[in-house]
Design a protein around this ligand. Sequence first.
Ligand code: ADP
Ligand code: ZN
Ligand code: ZN
Length: 735
Amino acid sequence: MYANVIVDITHEQLDRVFQYLIPSSMHVEAGSQVLVPFGRGNRKIRGYVIECTKQAEWDPTKIKEILEVYPLQRTVETQLIQLAAWMKRCYGSTMIQALKTVLPMQKTVKPIEKKYYVLNRKEDALAALEEAKRKRWKARVRLLEALLESELLPADLALQRLNVTSVVAKPLEAKGILSIVTETTYRNPLHSISLEQKKIQLNEDQSKIVSSICNAFDRGERTPSYIHGITGSGKTEVYMEIIAHVLNQNRQVIVLIPEIALTYQTVMRFYRRFGNQISILNSRLSPGERFDQMERARKGEINVMIGPRSALFTPFARLGLIVIDEEHEAAYKSEYSPKYHARETAIERARLCDGMVIMGSATPSVEAYYKAQMGSYRLYRLKKRAIDKSHLADVSIVDLREELKQGNRSIFSRQLKEMIKERLEKKEQILLFLNRRGYSGFVSCRSCGKSIGCPHCDVSLTAHRNGTLVCHYCGYSIPMPQKCPFCGSPYIAGFGLGTQKVEALAAQEFPNAKLLRMDLDTTSKKNGHQEILEQFASGEADILIGTQMIVKGHDFPNVTLVGILAADLSLYSGDYRSAERTFQLLTQAAGRAGRGKKPGNVIIQTYSPTHYSILTAKEQDYEQFYEQEMTYRTMLQYPPKGYMMELLITSDNEIEAENTIHGYAALIQNEYNGTIKVIGPTNALVGKIKDTYRKVLYLKSLKEALLIEAKDRIEQHYHRSFPNGKLRIQFDFYQ
Ligand code: ADP
Ligand code: ZN
Ligand code: ZN
């Protein structure tokens, strides 16, 4: 046996792998630290084993032997290498790809001094705020409001989240309203704030969950916990209480929050509670800043890391807890190889360090909820909003087919128009949500609402430019019909609606309303997203129009109406998860109305008013949705009832790609006759990117182990046949 060893555990050096012979008496595994002879002079140095293999990569007589293996200490490096090995095995990638995902990128950066803005006198700040408001100094207003709320603000956070630079802070410092201090001059900046005073008294339901989970933690039980609680039920407070408990035991904590929900408000809640023990990762950090945060974590200077998916690999040596908020979010799944899911990977990481995982959501992913039902997770519920006065909104469904019959061709139904006018008069705010999630050019009938599905896969067909409708799982295709095959109506078409179009139509319909639009165009500049939300929150517009970005994690107390323009767009995305996504989005959108004291209304406009995902979203009834969804998944053996793997082959040479994928389809068909179902092969949803052809094959099985075995076989065959070829394979497990 040979061991592949890396001697320098930094990102740039990871491609430099050295092979050594494992003496027959020695036991090493991925993650073992070893002493090896290195270079011409056989200098003795330490390295980490990343992989053991039977395959000698060059002349076996020239491969040197490992000198010594150290007892397997669970250093954080060892754990992360073991995690990478697990990811390689379960998700199919190279070890190097997996290591690059889990190990922090080395960058030499000069240590940055952390700067803070600290409020001096409240009265002065209030006066300054009045003045700034009068003079419309927006950035200054944002800074002062934030400081009045929290008394202290890390400068980097002010920049990232409020778009406030030191240019804004300097004049205020000169007037003595705030002080700008650095960490070195002000060692424990959050000390002055009386944290206790801001602590919320948990209600009975919250307390029960906290004590149950903390007791389990103390007993050494490590079953993951799932908190299924409606939005605003106080899940975050529960996490924070448990985090405090874990920190008290000298363990460290990772909190995963999807980037889009990682708002300034959320981050400040954690700051107020845990002070400078916390740090934040987000995509706006430069690689240097990122590495710096990871180093602080490795040295134990911080104990809580908050961030999106990649924060999972924070090198905490005493990691005790991983929290995954908004567990259902698609962003928890990596789009790069290894295409890992943060939920499963967090559970494995926690296992390696004797830690615990807590997840939470108002709309759990069907996969996770199924596991909770099967007893793999402890399931907890929070059914009430934590603040008494806020109520769930009143949701109604408008049938767009009926509108068409009545001659209303506008994108606004009569009911929605009326309600918008009424809210405008009352000076209350409105969200118009265009559901474009997973929109892939499906075709449906505006008269009867039906869409054309694949007879083999029970998902919607997708319109292609060449005038055909295609199933993106199995490749089934038919010519685009001119008339609805169900009712004969000629009103059959794709939805061509974009946010800009909606804005223009809204401007026509409501000429006196002030509109704001939030989509990729308007948010592409730095902080655009946050700025638009702030503008809307401060009442600068009456109607906010946008895609799914507007429905996540922001509180607008003055919003009393949410209009969902075409709920169907996500329903027919040609994917077995489309009903789940629709339910999640509609439920979240509905949760945006009536967050304050005024009651809220939600209008769901749809061509499929009887679809279960829409009916259950109206009732905000997750259980009911889950039951129905599981019936469908069970019938077609989609996850979580069955397992599904995607194999993607890409090549410049279409024939080579085509032949290879057919070869693998045949291989699996022969070897696993019946136990693995082969779907396809076909062209990928995007069949060609930059002259590279993309072919996909789906494998379905009731046993996950069989799929992993099939993946290993394909991988081995691939490595034998295309050692340096331009043909590439990629695996994706659906879980
Ligand atoms: P979730 O994370 O479930 O959406 P949060 O923890 O954000 O819910 O709580 C929603 C709101 O209710 C927040 O403003 C929070 O401060 C408040 N809140 C939570 N728990 C309590 C409580 N026990 N008493 C009073 N207010 C609470
Ligand atoms: Zn029809
Ligand atoms: Zn199909």
